[in-house]
Design a protein around this ligand. Structure first.
Ligand SMILES: Cc1cc2nc3c(=O)[nH]c(=O)nc-3n(C[C@H](O)[C@H](O)[C@H](O)COP(=O)(O)OP(=O)(O)OC[C@H]3O[C@@H](n4cnc5c(N)ncnc54)[C@H](O)[C@@H]3O)c2cc1C
Length: 397
């Protein structure tokens, strides 16, 4: 395999890094102090610039208006964007929309593509993905309580979901609901498109997460589906294929998360090194960086980030070249390795900043709060380890 960066990608990465440094990082103090809705006008201005640079929707397929980058190339770009919490949103490759675009592109009817996919890729609307339920274990998603029952030409959906990220302000949700409780376990559920304006789609609240309920794109919704009626033509893909399609969505989706986390690692590492060099801790002018324990954190962080980066690029390369199924073990490995690498690196960077690290005067406290969830969503660490180990042990039985 070859991870040499093409000339085209080198140019793109230079442009993106410069844009992040010049246009987005300076917005972070305002981002920390205001609601996301208040940030929207300025973010839309930045998005216009991204479109002018012809870097809009870098990972989305060309035939629906994206740049069509391979996963490896998008990985490199995503690391650059992940250096700020605003990067993916401004370049329009953010979760959960990125996964929903993939599903709609692969499984949407031409009508669904026109109504939902095209405006989504164009950035005219947003979407959310509604699978996890309040009363059922998300780690075993076949145990769903939400049902979609046929009535005339419609489905009538009832259920109680939460952690439907970015539901606030979204135009539609892709909802996972049981359409046939008698079918084999993995064929019971389907994906159904539910416009959020539908009667019976009730956003109860944005859940407070680590002290912040957030709003708009930066939020996690609790939703009650109460006799929520949508036409059967809103079924996505074949009935009963919800879990199969979710697996397809989660493969590249996990790569996207890991790549973004690497950007967070890199930014935290840069902040840590700068602070270690500049913080004078003795009367005779010695910096924090003169201490071995800090040097050890710097060296370990650099090595761990590079190891995580290469594992992620390798998994992306396998998906690009051999498909999601062949890369299953690699995807499980990076999901917990990169999430934990990020947690360690952010924690060390915060520690090096002392009291400053706990404030919102740097981005580190934001990373620390928001990215703890990385070890839980899209498969908790333990779930990935257990299923990976099961597959690894098999040949030795
Ligand atoms: C910030 C954030 C954003 C999210 N966004 C979305 C979204 O947009 N859409 C959506 O549908 N969902 C979303 N989720 C939900 C997420 O996918 C679930 O939280 C996750 O699947 C875990 O499910 P659970 O919370 O029900 O935990 P549970 O299933 O109750 O598991 C709790 C813990 O038990 C342990 N555990 C569980 N099973 C096993 C096992 N087999 N072996 C060993 N240990 C085990 C793990 O440590 C796990 O963390 C989000 C979650 C978070 C935190």
């Amino acid at each position: 395999m070859d991870f040499a960066v093409s000339d085209k990608m080198k140019t793109i990465l230079e442009m993106v890094n410069e844009f992040v440094d010049r246009e987005l990082i300076p917005l972070e103090p305002a981002f920390a102090a205001s609601s996301f809705k208040e940030m929207l006008p300025i973010l839309r201005e930045k998005q216009k610039k991204v479109k002018q640079m012809e870097l809009w929707a870098p990972n989305f397929p060309k035939d629906c208006g994206g740049l069509g980058l391979s996963l490896v190339d998008h990985g490199l770009l995503s690391e650059a964007l992940g250096r700020t919490p605003l990067g993916h949103y401004v370049f329009w490759c953010q979760a959960p929309d990125a996964g929903n675009v993939e599903i709609l592109h692969l499984h949407g009817t031409s009508d669904q593509k026109e109504k939902f996919l095209n405006p989504l890729v164009a950035g005219e609307i947003r979407s959310c993905f509604s699978m996890t339920e309040v009363d059922m274990p998300g780690s075993n998603p076949v145990l769903l309580e939400t049902t979609a029952v046929k009535d005339g030409n419609d489905y009538v959906i009832n259920g109680h979901k939460w952690y439907t990220s970015s539901a606030d302000g979204a135009n539609f949700a892709i909802v996972m609901a049981v359409t046939n409780p008698e079918a084999p376990e993995y064929m019971q559920a389907s994906m159904i498109i539910v416009p959020t304006e539908t009667k019976g789609f009730n956003l109860v609240r944005n859940i407070p997460v680590m002290g912040h309920a957030g709003d708009d794109y930066f939020s996690h919704g609790e939703i009650l589906y109460q006799s929520c009626r949508v036409p059967q033509s809103n079924l996505l893909g074949p009935e009963g294929y919800g879990f199969i399609m979710a697996q397809e969505r989660l493969g590249p989706g996990r790569i996207h998360h890991c790549m973004r986390w690497l950007g967070i690692c890199q930014r935290s590492y840069e902040l840590m090194c700068r602070r270690a060099n500049n913080r004078i801790i003795t009367r005779d002018g010695k910096p924090l960086a003169s201490r071995q324990i800090i040097q050890q954190w710097v060296a370990e962080s650099a090595a761990e980030i590079q190891a995580a980066r290469l594992m992620t690029l390798h998994a992306a390369w396998r998906i690009d070249n051999e498909g999601v199924k062949a890369a299953r073990d690699d995807i499980s490995m990076i999901k917990f390795v990169v999430a934990n690498t990020m947690q360690r690196v952010v924690d060390r960077a915060l520690q090096v900043h002392g009291g400053l690290g706990m404030t919102d005067d740097t981005i580190l406290a934001f990373f620390f709060r928001h990215e703890r969830a990385a070890r839980i969503y899209d498969g908790a660490d333990e779930v990935h380890k257990v299923s990976l180990a099961r597959r690894l042990l098999k040949p030795y039985q």
